[in-house]
Design a protein around this ligand. Structure first.
Ligand code: AMP
Length: 589
């Protein structure tokens, strides 16, 4: 269907006065110092995310407001700001009693259960650095990350522990404690672990926050690159200023909102916008513990009276596939703003929102390294479907090009493709990759290294809207999750039949890209469907469903550069029947 290239907004689109009403004026007047002044700060000086998100409200007018409503299969549990203060203090006391010190790392492996949210905020109170793991990771990605991050303590569920951690426990030498959440709230009794519920009951419900400064570490989020091990992006307590500003401008949060962020806290959106930003603004968050289900999601939107909804393109495409009839079983009079992040949002999805929910979907852009939303479509402004929107107040973006010596220059002309860069200085910018200074340094370029290079290719149009073009590297985005090809290749190489492996993202209508692996076999092994199934099973067991390849192809040998690197780009071009581009560095060209 031919549709206009722009969705014009009028006053009728705004049910509440928008927090960002005058783009140019707000940007011009904006300062991060002014945002910092909006934050409370710790009573004795310093800054701590738990104080800003929980204590400030628990001691104020929001005390009895619902902070989180957790929806189980058939259950619902509300935690109010006052109660959240007590629960997170209990958790902080548990950490203290176990001798977990400020700056030590706590890993989390669970679904979206209350204990996860309590553990994140309780850890902040204790100055403990939180590193979330996705619950669909297999044992190998778990071990890699816990070891890289030198995890001192792991909080997980009885089920996940037995399935994924117990067998690799002896490979996690830095872990001093494992705290388990028992199934159905039952106490657990597994050797080498402690029952979290029991410890929480025994702990006191008040806790003096361990003083932290804005530059103290708060979160360690692992993300994937093209080569090598996952990168531990280090974030600080001061990032909370970005979460406050973006909660206000990009998500347009108002105090009486019912907000639903569908992201899992195993990934950065689920912590920055599933936990921190909504609490900062004192709103009520819905947390659905269940997996995606179209009927259930529409019911939640309607019954919970969700007003602001933050979700992802794959989820929207799955809703589209489920058909508009299911959506029309309900009405959504309370819904006033819908935003999406994580992968390109196709124009049809933006329009689908308008037609089925009565509201267009507002795409926004950011990444693990930026810690918060950088570029966004916001309620008051026209949408150009397919565009990620414009840089938020406090954010300076640019399109840059590198020359042969890796020097960057700004691209001033509109509609020209280049790498998306951000001027450093926003509070939630990563402060480094753990134990990998070199990789961190490579993220910056220009005079005084003032430009952070995002690794994304984009263009800016004459109106200042940014358009995503693709990744500059080989990482794969599948269902919104970033997957490093190297991690998948390494797991495949551990199989006795595999001589070499090359992994690509194969475009997929529903999830953006699926992981496809190509392998060549060692002497004595023959390609067959049985071996393909075996390799798929091997990878799934090691990596987990979120990371493992969905397809495997056999090749006699993989294309390599003369320096020995597998040419994933060429594998992809051949798979898709696209031009092979420059193959002059090909070993056997
Ligand atoms: P992650 O660090 O896992 O959050 O992934 C960040 C990456 O996801 C970005 O660098 C982009 O490649 C992609 N991404 C995030 N948001 C968008 C968007 N709105 N449109 C296109 N790609 C996006």
């Amino acid at each position: 269907m031919d549709r206009p290239t722009i969705i014009r907004k009028t006053a009728a689109d705004l049910r509440v006065p928008p927090n960002l009403a005058d783009y140019a004026a707000t940007r011009a007047a904006f300062s991060w110092g002014a945002v910092r002044a909006e934050l409370a700060g710790l009573p004795g000086g310093g800054l701590n995310i738990a104080h800003e998100t929980v204590e400030r409200h628990a001691q104020g007018v929001c005390r009895d407001r619902i902070a989180f409503r957790f929806l189980g299969a058939n259950t619902s549990r509300d935690i109010r700001y006052g109660e959240l203060s007590h629960l997170t203090s209990r958790f902080a006391n548990v950490l203290k009693s176990l001798g977990i010190a400020k700056g030590e790392r706590l890993f989390l492996l669970s679904g979206r259960i209350p204990e996860l949210y309590i553990a994140v905020l309780g850890s902040f109170k204790n100055g403990t650095v939180v590193s979330p793991l996705f619950s669909a990771f297999g044992p190998e990605p778990i071990a890699t990350r816990v070891n890289l991050g030198e995890g001192a303590i792991l909080v997980t569920t009885e089920l996940l522990y037995e399935r994924k951690v117990a067998k690799i426990r002896d490979q996690l030498p830095t872990l001093r404690h494992v705290l388990l959440v028992g199934e159905g709230g039952q106490a657990t009794n597994i050797p080498g672990t402690l029952d979290l519920g029991t410890l929480m009951t025994q702990a006191a419900d008040d806790f003096a926050i361990v003083p932290t400064q804005a530059e103290d570490l708060s979160l360690l989020h692992f993300t994937s690159g093209t080569t090598g091990t996952p990168k531990g992006a280090m974030h600080v307590h001061g990032a909370v200023a970005t979460h406050w500003a973006t909660g206000k401008y990009a998500l347009d949060l108002h105090a009486d909102d019912i907000y639903w962020c569908t992201a899992d806290p195993g990934w950065v959106t689920g912590t920055s916008y599933g936990i921190i930003a909504p609490l900062l603004h004192g709103v009520t968050s819905i947390v659905d513990e269940a997996d995606f289900d179209a009927e259930r999601w529409y019911r939640i939107l309607a019954e919970q009276k969700v007003s602001v909804w933050y979700t992802a393109p794959t989820a929207i495409r799955m809703l589209m596939k489920a058909g508009a009839e299911i959506a029309r079983k309900h009405s959504y009079p309370d819904l006033r703003f819908v935003a999406s992040v994580g992968e390109p949002l196709n124009p049809e999805a933006v329009w689908w929102g308008k037609e089925v929910l009565g509201l267009p979907i507002h795409d926004n852009w950011w990444q693990t390294e930026t810690g918060g939303i950088m570029i966004a479509n916001t309620p008051a402004f026209d949408i150009k479907p397919g565009s990620m929107g414009r840089p938020l107040p406090g954010i300076e973006a640019a399109i840059v090009k590198k020359d042969a010596e890796d020097k960057v220059s700004l691209v001033e002309t509109a509609d020209t493709e280049g790498e998306l860069a951000l001027k450093r200085g926003w509070p939630s910018m990563l402060r480094g990759y753990l134990h990998n200074e070199e990789r961190y340094r490579k993220c910056f370029a220009g005079p005084d290294n003032e430009w952070y290079l995002t690794g994304d290719l984009a263009r800016r149009d004459a109106d200042g809207y940014y358009w995503f073009v693709g990744r500059a590297d080989d990482v794969i985005k599948s269902a919104g999750h970033l997957i490093g090809p190297f991690e998948v290749e390494s797991a495949l190489m551990e199989h006795p039949a595999v001589a070499e492996a090359g992994v690509i993202g194969k475009p997929d209508e529903m999830v953006g890209e699926v992981v496809k692996a190509f392998v060549s076999l060692k002497k004595g092994f023959e390609a067959s469907d049985a071996l393909r199934m075996e390799l798929l099973g091997h990878a799934r067991k090691k990596l987990g469903a979120a990371v493992a390849p969905k397809e495997i192809g056999f090749l006699p040998s993989l294309p390599r550069t003369r320096s020995g690197k597998i040419m994933r780009r060429l594998l992809k071009a051949r798979e898709l029947g696209l031009p092979e581009g420059d193959t002059s560095t090909l070993e056997n060209a």
